[in-house]
Every structure is written in structure tokens, then in C-alpha cells.
Design a protein around this ligand. Structure first.
Ligand SMILES: [Zn+2]
Length: 341
């Protein structure tokens, strides 16, 4: 009885799978997407790790863009293309490969093309497409433990803020570009909020599901030192003394108001994710000192020299392994979070 039920179920499941797998193949990197590869002449392999996402507009139709990336005359490609009407996502280049979509920044970015035209955002930038794109970006960042640093549009739609400030930006927001997509009609505050999980734009739930310690005036210790180092990295001049003094509080308030956060001088769930910066081998400066000092707190005997070399890399990997995190030697949001606790 049991056997025949199982056989029947297996037959039904196989039948269903057969029906589904014939017309479309699923993406490996992002299962909700359809996999429909670009021509291999339109992309290459990459050596740098992915740290950023680029938002594009196709300036053409969804089907036309997919077909163009399969044509060797194109000489361009993107990892994903999203349909305006319903948010359908097609993946065309594996994230591990380098699609050609943003010039000098191809090596470390994942490119998402949005169907539409920059001069008709009201027609093309639909809720379905914003939602589908934000879910994809959230997945790209989360799968690498990267902080959500989505451009908020605060410096203008065509500003070129530094890569260290934002890891999700438009094509136009990267250095040395000639394209202007996604244009002035892309709703960055909305997109940022959707990537964070549709919190509605309040900013207090930025950083997704991670919970961070509350650190404020009067506190002392390694967490305070981390905050002070990160503030230095952001350009604030203050002394790193592990004591949340008035100077630290003022720097936190200034940082908060320049990042659209409530300027209460308290570092909690909203401010930590904005403050932390992806830090990896080859990086230098105060953010690296923050990492080294934190790792020493956990028993690693590193020299706090602000230079992310092999010893720091190895200690980060060991820390990640001990904390049950993905072991990649890169200090992203998840690793910062574990260090902060
Ligand atoms: Zn573009």
C-alpha cells in the first residue's frame, strides 16, 4: 500500500517536473529567474569578487534585449533582464562571470537590466518590476554577506557617489560612464526601502533581519572603538579611545543626518548597517583597524596597522568559521554584525 502510493506520487511529481522543465530552465544563482544564456562572445570570466549591483534600463523591449545579448554583434550583456509588465526575471550570465554592462566596473558588479525607456518612467517602472528587482538585489547582497547600501538619490539622480558609499547604484552613478540610465524617473528611496524588505522607507529596519547592539553615550569598550574607527573611515575626525564621549556622539549625529537617519546619536539597528563598510584583503585605513581590533578582542593576535593583509584575511576566515558564517574572508554585514555582538 505504502509502496504503490509512493510510486503514484513519484510518477505525478516526475510528470509535473517534465512538463515544467521542457519550456524553461531555472536559474542556479537565483531560482525564481528563468535561465536563458547570453552568447559567450558577449561576456567573460571574472577575477574580482562581486561587491556591487548596477541598475540599468534596456531602452528597448524585454524580448529584444534578451535576443540582443544572444547576438555576437552586441558586445554587451547583463546578468539579469526584468520584464516591466509582471516582473519576470531572466538570467543570461552567471553571477560568477563578468557581464559587459558598466565599463570599468564590470569586474565587481552584477548588472540588472529593466525593461523600459528612461524618458517614460511612469509607463515602464512598474510596481511589479520594482518588487522583482529589489528581491533580486536583496538576494545578490545577502548571498555574499554584503551590507545593503542602496543609493538613496540624495545627491541627485546623475551623481557619481563613491563605490564605498553605495554598493547598489545606477549605471549613470558609476565613474566614467556615458549612459544616463536608469534616469531621473527611477525612484531610489522606494527601491532602497524595497531592498530592505519593503519597510516603507522609515529607515529604521535597514539592514534586513539582522539585529544590532544599541550603543550610546556613556558606553565603553570594543563596540565603541569599532564605531569610532568607522566614523574615521567616513571622514570624521575623532579620537579612537573606546569611550562614547560627546565628540563621538556629535560625530554619530552628523553621520546620521547626512544619511537620512534620525539624528539621535544612538547607534542601533538603523545606524549600524549604514556605518559598516565592506572590508576585504588589500583594503587599508580605519575600517581595517576596526576589523583587526575586533578580531584581537576575540583572541587573534593581529597587529592593528590598518592594512588588510594575509594574516587579517586568515583571521577573518577563522572568525567566520567559528561563528557559522559563510567563510570568504570578506567583512560584510553579517561578519560586522557578529563582531559587533
Ligand atoms: Zn545601462
Amino acid at each position: 500500500m505504502k509502496t504503490s502510493t509512493n510510486s503514484l506520487l513519484a510518477g505525478l511529481i516526475l510528470g509535473a517536473l517534465g512538463l515544467q522543465s521542457l519550456p524553461v530552465a531555472a536559474s542556479t544563482d537565483y531560482p525564481p529567474a528563468i535561465w536563458n544564456p547570453a552568447a559567450s562572445c558577449n561576456y567573460s570570466s571574472r577575477t574580482a569578487s562581486v561587491t556591487h549591483v548596477t541598475v540599468h534600463t534596456t531602452q528597448g523591449s524585454y524580448a529584444g534585449s534578451i535576443s540582443w545579448f544572444q547576438n555576437c554583434s552586441a558586445g554587451v550583456s547583463a546578468h539579469y533582464v526584468i520584464r516591466s509588465s509582471d516582473g519576470q526575471v531572466t538570467q543570461m550570465v552567471r553571477e560568477a562571470d563578468k557581464a559587459w554592462h558598466v565599463g570599468n566596473s564590470n569586474g565587481y558588479t552584477v548588472g540588472i537590466e529593466h525593461e523600459g525607456y528612461i524618458n517614460a518612467p511612469g509607463t515602464w517602472y512598474t510596481t511589479a518590476m520594482y518588487n522583482a528587482s529589489a528581491a533580486l538585489t536583496r538576494d545578490i547582497l545577502a548571498s555574499r554577506g554584503l551590507a545593503q547600501k542602496v543609493y538613496d538619490g540624495s545627491s541627485g539622480w546623475n551623481a557619481v557617489p563613491s563605490d564605498s558609499l553605495y554598493n547598489v547604484k545606477g549605471h549613470v552613478n558609476y565613474a566614467s560612464q556615458t549612459h544616463t540610465d536608469p534616469g531621473s524617473g527611477w525612484d531610489w528611496p522606494r527601491y532602497k526601502s524595497l531592498v530592505a524588505g519593503g519597510s516603507g522607507g522609515g529607515g529604521d529596519t535597514g539592514g534586513g533581519a539582522l539585529s544590532w547592539p544599541v550603543v550610546q553615550y556613556g558606553n565603553t569598550g570594543e563596540r565603541v572603538r569599532t564605531i569610532q574607527y568607522l566614523l574615521q573611515q567616513w571622514g570624521y575626525s575623532l579620537t579612537v579611545n573606546g569611550s562614547f564621549d560627546t565628540a563621538t556622539q556629535n560625530a554619530v549625529k552628523n553621520f546620521q543626518s547626512s544619511h537620512g537617519l534620525g539624528a539621535d546619536g544612538i547607534v542601533g539597528n538603523a545606524t549600524w548597517p549604514a556605518l559598516t563598510i565592506v572590508t576585504q584583503e588589500g583594503d587599508t585605513g580605519a575600517k581595517v583597524r576596526a576589523v583587526q581590533s575586533q578580531l584581537n578582542e576575540s583572541g587573534y593576535g593581529l597587529v592593528v596597522d590598518g592594512s588588510f593583509g594575509p594574516a587579517t584575511y586568515s583571521a577573518v576566515r577563522s572568525f567566520q568559521s567559528a561563528k557559522g558564517l559563510g567563510v570568504d574572508g570578506i567583512v560584510g554585514d553579517n561578519t560586522w554584525n557578529k563582531m559587533a555582538w
